[in-house]
Design a protein around this ligand. Structure first.
Ligand code: 7G9
Length: 653
């Protein structure tokens, strides 16, 4: 069980050992360790790993890379969207795995499909890490699928045929060749290539595709320093370098180059991202909140349903009966022929066509679709730092506006950076932090960037006291937000909070970064009710024994697993325990865990194997999720990636 680097549920394509063997896709639990990539059946009922279906030794893998999907595959090669049978591993409900990658080893390529681009990126990155040492031999690869006895990129009919596109693979990072135009001279053949040429004539070489990544800006971006390139919403950009996770080097249509925040652009794989009315990741309650806020008759949003592969149209209408107005959610229905419809049997080939129709005809909806409502303009996401490469922030760029309260390190203020951007400014009380160590670590933490992490923007260290500048969250800390239940939360909204936090934690887990003090008091809520995790890793720099020693009065005992209390053994799995406690805080609307016990009674309680009770708001399934975080043995607790899957399964539309 230990040594697991990643585990995820992906679609695995059958390997078509013979040209005639059928092509099929099965959901498998993929597990990556230092030595093996294995895949298992997954028991969705019990949320457990089933029997092992196969594995590849890491040292047999030559390289890993994305695959360019087929644009318009014939029906027999289409990805499964739905499956009626439900034998083990078959798809039991509509799900989408649109992001293929290939793991090439001595038996040929293994094709794996990820549900999100982020997950694919993470897996390719980690796989490259474990195979780094020795794959300098592989100089060419196939950017497209091997299917029905040939490669789609070059029409070669031998599975072992030499790759048709060059990759440079020093230390495992693989980049497609930039451009034929840039290097006019043909590249000298590699020794293996020569051999291939003499043994058998190659089919006519198709033009090598120029695989430079193109993106489209989802938001405008004004440069924050001289390294940056401005972005104009809707414009296309060419990606020159993805070196840093958060900032990519890009070129605009006028040939200007500079760094852009990668979360401001999309690879435009999802064609709906282009539409104003589309808010991919919006939840039901966020959509309701936004539509109510706009308060426009016929306001509407199209969003991805929580059930993968489906879309929902949320429509708002004013009502005489309800002063709040009405929001209705319509699931976009799909026919077996791939057509779609909304409230009546009027079929369309595409969602945009369907939307256009309903902009003119209410046809059974509570209102026709009059106003596309978008969160995009208002909510451009946070950038990782204020401009590429900037982590020192100038005092003179900050305006202090309001005191927010006190944290572990002293007073926190709300303010503006360059008079425009909201920021939270932590003024670090002298003597409360090991500052030099923190400043060193801050450079690493700046590169952590996720929509559910409170972004670290930078530090002011030229004067004392030093400041830590972060994203500002207007709804304050989650614990207060839960306790001030003037607003009554539905179980679904509470689950969405858990999902937000779990997504951030899965990201930290994949970056081998521990939080060490995960609790509702360390989460914050923004203006849209999105919850984000704050203060990750900061406890290491606290200079206060009462807080840092597990025997200290301020140590978060109630959030800590036995191995932390007994041996100070921190791990992702100790964060998982804390996450279970945090789920319990959420479902009790901010109760103190074990509130009838003092600290030493809490210790006794958990070492005896007793656990927190089921909160009233939590169903048995939800309680089972939090309970799984409290296994005595750290290795038996689920990963955050698994927890995220389980939570998503409980969120309903
Ligand atoms: C932060 C980013 C924020 C907004 C409103 C608010 C509090 C905070 C206060 C009471 O109003 C921060 C952390 C703590 C204060 N506490 C701890 N955004 C915000 N706060 C940040 N927004 O309302 C009646 N930090 C207190 C501010 C406790 C451990 O840190 F980073």
């Amino acid at each position: 069980m230990s040594g697991i680097i990643l585990e995820s549920i992906f679609l695995k394509r059958s390997q078509q050992k013979k040209k005639t063997s059928p092509l099929n896709f099965k959901k498998r639990l993929f597990v990556l360790t230092e030595t093996k990539l294995s895949y298992f059946e997954y028991d969705f009922e019990r949320g457990r790993r089933g029997s092992k279906k196969g594995s590849v030794d890491i040292d047999r893998i030559t390289f890993v890379e994305k695959v360019i999907p087929e644009q318009a595959p014939p029906p027999e090669r289409q990805m499964p969207q739905r499956s009626d049978e439900d034998e083990t591993g078959q798809l039991s409900k509509i799900e989408r795995f649109p992001y293929p990658f290939q793991v090439v080893y001595d038996e040929g390529p293994l094709y794996v499909f990820a549900p999100t681009e982020e997950l694919r990126r993470r897996w390719i990155h980690q796989l490259k890490n474990v195979i780094t040492s020795k794959n300098d031999v592989m100089r060419k690869y196939h950017p497209k699928f091997w299917i029905d006895g040939q490669y789609l990129c070059c029409a070669q009919t031998s599975k072992n045929a030499m790759g048709c596109q060059i990759l440079t693979s020093s230390n495992g990072s693989i980049k497609p060749v930039r451009s034929r135009r840039m290097s006019k001279k043909p590249l000298p053949p590699t020794p293996t290539e020569e051999k291939e040429k003499t043994s058998r004539p190659l089919p006519p070489e198709p033009p090598v595709q120029e695989e430079m990544k193109k993106v489209v800006a989802l938001y405008g971006y004004t440069p924050m320093n001289a390294n940056d390139l401005p972005l104009q919403k809707g414009e296309e950009y060419l990606i020159l370098e993805e070196g840093n996770q958060a900032w990519w080097r890009a070129r605009d249509k006028n040939g200007q180059e500079g760094y852009i925040p990668n979360n401001y652009v999309t690879e435009a794989r999802d064609p709906l991202e282009m539409y104003e009315w589309y808010s991919k990741n919006m939840t039901r309650s966020q959509a309701e909140q936004l539509l109510k806020g706009e308060d426009k008759e016929g306001g509407f949003i199209v969003r991805e349903s929580s059930k993968a592969g489906k879309y929902t149209v949320s429509v708002y209408a004013k009502s005489t009966a309800e002063p709040q107005g009405l929001t209705r959610h319509y699931v976009v229905c799909q026919t077996s022929q791939g057509q779609c419809y909304l409230a009546e049997k009027h079929l369309f080939d595409t969602i945009p066509e369907m939307i256009t129709y309903h902009q003119h005809n209410s046809a059974g909806l509570i209102s026709r679709l009059k106003y596309p409502v978008s969160s995009k303009k208002k909510n451009a996401p946070s950038t990782a730092g204020l401009g590429y490469g900037s982590w020192e922030i100038d005092h003179k760029d900050l305006t202090f506006l309001k005191e927010l309260g006190s944290g572990q390190f002293g007073v926190v203020q709300y303010g503006k950076w360059r008079g425009q951007y909201d920021v939270a400014i932590k003024m670090i009380r002298e003597g409360s932090m090991s500052e030099d160590e923190f400043i060193e670590e801050a450079k690493v933490m700046m590169n952590l960037s996720h929509e559910n992490l409170v972004q670290l923007y930078g530090v002011c260290t030229k004067e004392r006291p030093i400041f830590i500048i972060t994203e500002y969250m207007s709804n304050g800390c989650l614990l207060n937000y839960l306790q001030e239940s003037r607003r009554r939360f539905s179980a679904n909204e509470l689950l969405e909070m858990c999902r937000d936090i779990c997504a951030a934690m899965a990201y930290l887990e994949s970056n081998q970064f521990l939080h060490r003090d995960l609790a509702a008091r360390n989460c914050l809520v923004n203006e849209n009710g999105i919850v984000k995790v704050a203060d990750f890793g900061l406890s290491r720099y606290v200079l206060d024994d009462e807080y840092t020693s597990s025997l200290g009065a301020k140590f978060p005992i109630r959030w800590s697993p036995p191995e932390v209390l007994l041996f100070s053994k921190f791990s992702s799995k100790s964060d998982v325990w804390s996450f279970g406690i945090l789920m319990w805080e959420i479902f009790t609307l901010g109760k103190m865990p074990y509130d009838r016990f003092n600290n030493s009674e809490v210790m006794d309680h958990i070492t005896k194997g007793l656990r927190l009770y089921r909160p009233q708001m939590a169903t048995e399934n939800i309680y089972a999720i939090m309970y799984s975080c409290w296994h005595d043995k750290p290795d038996e607790r689920p990963s955050f990636l698994m927890l995220h899957n389980h939570i998503m399964d409980q969120i309903d539309e």
